[in-house]
Design a protein around this ligand. Structure first.
Ligand SMILES: [Zn+2]
Length: 320
């Protein structure tokens, strides 16, 4: 009897959930096309990122990011807005980078980084005595004292493209809730408070329908981020440089805080001297910018239901 009533309650909950879901059809496939693209050169200012033999990540991400911005703009034409989170060597907290993208209502967030592969090595620097008991007797044994240090692993090369991890989906949902248009009534004060970057939406009560919409958007962004990341790595694969699409277990804050599909491209390893040279070269930087641009064009075509040629043609036409 008791089991029966639990079954009825569960059944009612499922029915209620399905009813609410049926009112909300989920995000439309194409919100309004890919019109605003945000390029984020990683690190900057007092945050240098990884260091190679002679160069720092923050300088390379800026140089590659600027080339990417220019290549995207030249390829997609004036109808697409390409926005940089930074164009100089300045420090920005991750929250600010995400806020720039959210305030611009970006359709795509491209975060540029360089990688470093290190081994953790352990060297014995001494021994200490540790007591233990055997057959009621107190005995001692020597155990080594280790000093841990990092060593560059020069063998690893290539690109990796990261998307936000499903474990961190609640953060993405919060970003959607804090930055979405579907909460018009609750969101209307944002215009006058644009300076307030601490608004996370936590102070506003969310209706179950808001939450379902935000979960749908988060899933949509995950699918689209994965799709774009795959296209980016496909392009690098043609140059023999792809290591694949990845997720970081601990998450990547900037990807979770942006209310849009977002990817983080690790453009190469500074721990490999030849790759550091490549990342520092004009040719290498331009090749990276062009590979990512080709992926964005393919992604834009897919999202907007066009062919790649149509996207390229509409970039050339003066539509206004
Ligand atoms: Zn980095």
């Amino acid at each position: 009897m008791k089991r029966q009533s639990i079954g009825i309650i569960i059944g009612c909950c499922i029915l209620l959930f399905l009813t609410v879901c049926s009112f909300y059809k989920g995000p439309v496939q194409n919100r309004h096309g890919i019109n605003t693209i945000v390029v984020d050169p990683g690190h900057g200012g007092r945050d240098p990122g990884a260091s190679g033999a002679y160069s720092q990540e923050k300088d390379l991400t800026l140089q590659i990011g600027m080339k990417l911005g220019r290549t995207l703009q030249a390829t997609l034409g004036p109808k697409v807005r390409v926005l940089m989170t930074r164009t100089t060597d300045i420090y920005q907290p991750v929250r600010d980078k995400a806020q720039i993208a959210n305030d611009a209502k970006g359709d795509l967030f491209l975060c540029i980084h360089c990688n470093l592969r290190v081994f953790i090595r352990h060297r014995i620097v001494g021994y200490r005595k540790v007591a233990y008991h055997k057959n009621g007797k107190k005995l001692y044994r020597k155990v080594p004292i280790y000093h841990s240090y990092e060593v560059d692993d020069p063998d690893i090369t290539g690109t990796e493209t990261y998307i936000f991890t499903a474990r961190k989906e609640s953060e993405k949902i919060n970003s959607v809730l804090a930055n979405s248009d579907f909460r018009e009534g609750q969101d209307s004060t944002r215009e006058g408070e644009s300076e307030d970057s601490t608004d996370t939406g936590d102070d506003v009560a969310n209706t179950p329908e808001d939450l379902i919409k935000a979960m749908e958007w988060s899933k949509y962004y995950f699918d689209k981020s994965y799709r774009l990341a795959t296209m980016v790595e496909d392009e690098f694969a043609t140059q023999g440089r792809s290591r694949g699409v990845m997720q970081r277990y601990t998450g990547i804050a900037v990807l979770e805080r942006t209310n849009m599909p977002s990817v983080l491209v690790e453009t190469g390893y500074l721990s490999n001297r030849a790759e550091e040279d490549y990342l520092n070269s004009d040719k290498g930087q331009q090749e990276i910018a062009e590979a990512i641009t080709r992926a964005v064009v393919r992604y834009k075509a897919e999202v907007e239901g066009k062919t790649v040629q149509q996207v390229l043609d509409s970039a050339k036409s003066i539509g206004y």
